[in-house]
Design a protein around this ligand. Structure first.
Ligand code: 5AD
Ligand code: FES
Length: 357
């Protein structure tokens, strides 16, 4: 515990650690060091964000995907998935309901779907922008070319979520087919930054073959990329994927990583994810108490939700947007936090294009 405390204090003071120190800290995580870490993570979170929780409305607008990631339930070779795309009108009506419920950020998330050309997406983005000028539009649609990202940015999308999944190239190759690489993934993130997007990245905790050395590399990469948002959640197996019999990531390690990220990048936007809520009923509350400050309830139409399962047992499949919004508010109130109606901008916008090398 002495070493753990020392490393946590050092992280809080210097905002970084060496790879070896990260490994020692991650390997040594236990209930005592977690309690010590979370108290500091909460303090820092309160300094910057008080007890406010930002919310983002998630719209899962297509489950078509041309990729075949080994962990993902909507991978192209899962024949069980009933594929769907929302029309522009359906997407807009999700936004309308979301606006009424107090959302000021819409996250358009989907598989890598060629149907959604730059032209089609730009049209949708421009339309949302026009109808809801006080809202931020976030895209989470995977890897595209520099020119494509640029077009979508010009159309009015300001934010982009693209998890790096794992920084280590060999580990990345064990999670993905040969056409995908860590190099290309990371290049997309640098492209997005260069264009001027507020960028979100992240990884799964406990993904197959992951070691603490991989997690240490993830921390070093996050420090260097300096993104506006970091989404992490436990890996959860999906029955119809090659990883169906792999173990899920643990609640404890996921929370510990959230606390570490809050200490390393104090102002970062840090969601308490749906996957956390899936492995434990109070997982999202615990995520907030470990240092997270964002929640992302689902705004997708109820009849499509069961077809957007990246992992098994995903929560909220039968709850409509109103239920989710209310449920989330109650959950946050129970632990003394408050969901706010605002865009929830990053506090390090001025550092958007600054990478710490
Ligand atoms: N378990 C947990 N998270 C997953 N994701 C994809 N599949 C799974 C799974 N089986 C995550 C990936 C992806 C994000 C949208 O969801 O990190 O980037
Ligand atoms: Fe969806 Fe609780 S957040 S029902």
């Amino acid at each position: 515990m002495q070493t753990q405390k020392m490393l946590i204090d050092k992280l809080a003071n210097t905002k970084t650690l060496s790879k070896e120190e990260w490994i020692t800290l991650i390997d040594g995580h236990d209930a005592d060091s977690a309690a010590y870490l979370f108290a500091q993570a909460r303090d820092i979170r309160h300094q910057h964000y008080g007890k406010e929780v930002f919310q983002r409305g998630l719209i899962e607008f297509t489950n078509y995907c041309k990729q075949d990631c080994f962990y993902c339930g909507i991978r192209k070779s899962n024949p069980e998935v009933v594929r769907y795309r929302l029309s522009e009108a359906e997407i807009l009506s999700c936004c309308e309901l979301g606006y009424e419920l107090g959302f000021r950020t819409f996250v358009l998330q989907g598989g890598e779907d060629n149907f959604f050309t730059d032209e089609r997406l730009s049209h949708i983005i421009a339309h949302i922008h026009q109808a809801f000028p006080d809202c931020a539009i976030t895209l989470s649609i995977g890897e595209r070319s520099f020119a494509s990202y640029q077009t979508l940015f010009k159309a009015g999308a300001q934010r982009f979520l693209l998890r790096h999944e794992t920084h280590n190239h060999a580990h990345y190759a064990t999670l993905h087919p040969e056409n995908l690489s860590a190099r290309k993934r990371q290049a997309c993130l640098w492209d997005l930054k260069k264009i001027g997007f507020e960028v979100g990245t992240g990884f799964m905790v406990g993904s197959p073959f992951q070691t603490s050395a991989h997690l240490a590399e993830d921390m070093l990469f996050l420090k260097k990329l300096n993104p506006q948002m970091i989404g992490i959640g436990p890996f959860i197996p999906h029955h119809a994927t090659p990883f169906h019999d792999q173990c899920a990531g643990t609640l404890e390690l996921t929370l510990f990583m959230i606390g570490l990220i809050r200490l390393m990048l104090p102002k970062v936007l840090l969601p308490s994810t749906t996957s956390l809520g899936t492995i434990a009923t109070d997982g999202r509350e615990k995520g907030i108490l470990a240092g997270a400050n964002v929640v992302m309830p689902n705004l997708s139409p109820i009849n499509t939700r069961k077809n957007y399962q990246l992992y098994d047992n995903k929560i909220c499949l039968d709850d409509d947007a109103r239920d989710c919004r209310q449920c989330m508010e109650n959950r946050m109130n129970t632990i003394g936090y408050k969901i706010v109606v605002c865009k929830g901008d990053s506090l390090n916008l001025d550092e958007r294009n600054v990478a710490y090398v």
